[in-house]
Design a protein around this ligand. Structure first.
Ligand code: ADP
Length: 533
């Protein structure tokens, strides 16, 4: 009977102990889990631990990842400041800390005497008589040590040590979370600093089309504060109309590569180049689903345009000055041709080279003069032109070239075209010829080329479609610039002016040009003209 009574008392005590421990863990978790600030977490943990265990002093040490030293990070109830003033760092493996880590278990010393050899002698000045230490774990590793101290001997019994051990890991987890969070905030701050200091404007749009990030350069470029843009839907944002519309198009799921880099001129006359990329981001709602956000990089290229203009003017002037001497050289060459002994193969070769060189130079000068002519409006003669007739004429012109290259050519005409369009016949023919000539120059074996003319709402579109090598994405925004040629296609002869001429022709008619292209698949070069001119 007495035994049973004893057993019940014993069990009761055990239950009481466990309950005390569990409620201690609960109090610790509930209190220190509230903050993600590392210092606040440490301070809260220390005072709660002292309370729960009933100790007069406590300390939290963390393991330095690089040196493996045990460094005191927070203290309470001590006489001296071993955290800030004279930091306490215990070398790896030494003292009671070394013992705790080696055993990976709590230890206690309830009778520290004056002669005790501490790993850090200064610690002796605290005159603690009892000390209990427990390792703190996080993600399966010891990250530090939780200690409680008293100035009285025999202060910490097994129950207290057990409780200390069970709360140490809860404290460890909280510290680990706070550290991770701090690291995350630090990374975010660093990224933000980079984002804000880059010279390019950056606009980040989330999967719902809402603007999430606007850096300093972007807000300067758009002359709008970041606050007025952040959080708004891109489609409803106060960004200038044309730029906004093109950004929206570029971020649509069905957008093509060619929509994703473009140039626009703002009302302020600033010319902006935009390149849009997709960023996959985890869906905030659906588990393992990813959705598309977008980042637009905006650059102010006004100064490039001005330089290009100055360069174009200079070249134009040079072309003018070269035209006459070139004609004189060419006629002299013809005269020389008739005087020389052309049966000599050496003479023949030299003359052929000279003729070819002059012809190329002449073509370049002709192209330059053409651009100037269109832009000046000189000799621009509009009339009602039958588009069917125009299409057949260009086709007849280009067919021999296509046949020569072994390309399959097709001409397609829309039924509901207007009977006539008020345009300059020669210029439009020249423009289409340039597109078609390019398709024949930059082709692949057994290639196919199609010219199609069709009506789309208030415009007529002329498109040349090929399945040639396509255009690298990085070249798309510059392809219509004067003298621009794709770097790795230099083996094909050309001046880099063909597309610039098409653009000038289209603009002279209040129309425009565009290109859709994918490398190794093909290109569609388009020219649109308004129905009403
Ligand atoms: P050019 O043909 O004289 O070099 P263009 O202004 O006509 O100059 O064309 C510019 C560049 O665009 C070319 O150098 C070429 O690399 C590229 N290009 C033009 N048309 C096509 C096409 N249909 N397919 C692939 N690349 C093309």
């Amino acid at each position: 009977m007495a035994d049973l009574q004893n057993l019940i008392t014993h069990l009761n005590e055990q239950v009481k102990r466990k309950t005390t421990q569990i409620s201690a863990i609960h109090i610790i978790a509930a209190t220190i889990g509230l903050s993600l600030d590392l210092d606040v977490t440490l301070d809260t943990a220390i005072s709660v631990v002292m309370n729960v265990v009933g100790a007069e002093a406590a300390g939290i040490s963390l393991i330095d990842d690089t040196t493996q030293e045990v460094v005191l990070r927070a203290q309470e109830g001590w006489l001296h400041d071993f955290v800030k003033k004279s930091p306490m760092r215990v070398p790896p493996g030494q003292g009671m800390s070394g013992e705790v880590i080696r055993r990976n278990d709590a230890i206690v010393d309830n009778n520290l005497t004056e002669g005790h050899q501490f790993a850090v002698p200064r610690f002796g000045k605290e005159r603690f008589r009892s000390i209990a230490m427990a390792p703190m774990h996080a993600r399966g590793q010891i990250i530090g040590i939780l200690s409680v101290m008293s100035h009285r001997a025999d202060r910490f019994d097994d129950d207290i040590v057990e409780t200390l051990q069970s709360i140490a890991d809860t404290v460890g987890m909280a510290i680990n979370n706070a550290r991770l969070y701090e690291k995350h905030v630090e990374n975010e701050d660093r990224l933000n600093a980079i984002l804000q200091s880059t010279a390019d404007g950056i606009l980040a749009v989330d999967q719902n089309g809402r603007i999430r990030e606007v850096n300093y350069a972007a807000s300067r470029l758009l002359q709008m504060s970041a606050q007025s843009l952040t959080g708004t839907l891109l489609a409803e944002s106060p960004i200038p109309n044309e730029l906004r519309a093109r950004l929206v198009t570029a971020m649509q799921a069905q957008a093509e590569d060619s929509d994703k880099s473009f140039r626009v001129t703002l009302e302020s006359k600033h010319e902006i180049q935009a390149v849009i990329s997709i960023v996959r981001m985890p869906s905030p709602v659906v588990g393992d689903k990813e959705e598309d956000g977008h980042v637009a990089v905006l650059q102010d290229i006004t100064h490039f345009r001005d330089e290009e203009l100055a360069r174009a003017q200079f070249i134009q002037a040079a072309a003018h000055d070269m035209k006459n001497p070139l004609s004189v050289t060419q006629s002299s060459l013809f005269t020389l041709d008739s005087l020389l002994d052309t049966s000599d193969p050496m003479v023949q070769e030299v003359m052929t080279i000279a003729h070819a060189g002059i012809t190329r130079l002449q073509r370049l000068i002709d192209d330059l003069m053409q651009i100037e002519k269109i832009e000046s409006g000189y000799g621009f003669y509009r009339e009602d032109v039958d588009l069917r007739e125009l299409g057949y004429e260009v086709s007849a012109q280009i067919k021999p070239l296509m046949k020569d290259k072994g390309l399959h050519y097709e001409f397609q005409l829309d039924d509901n075209l207007p009977s006539a369009l008020y345009i300059d016949r020669e210029w439009i023919q020249r423009a289409l010829f340039n597109y078609l000539e390019n398709a024949s120059k930059y082709h692949r074996p057994q290639g196919e080329v199609q010219l199609r003319i069709y009506r789309a709402e208030a415009v007529v579109r002329f498109e040349v479609v090929d399945n040639g090598p396509g255009i690298p994405r990085g070249a798309l925004t510059r392809i219509f610039d004067r003298f621009y040629r794709v770097e790795d296609r230099r083996d094909v002869r050309g001046s880099g002016l063909g597309l610039a001429i098409v653009k000038s022709v289209a603009e002279a008619h209040n129309g425009g040009v565009y290109v859709h292209s994918q490398e190794d698949v093909g290109s569609t070069f388009g020219l649109w003209l308004p129905l009403e001119t």
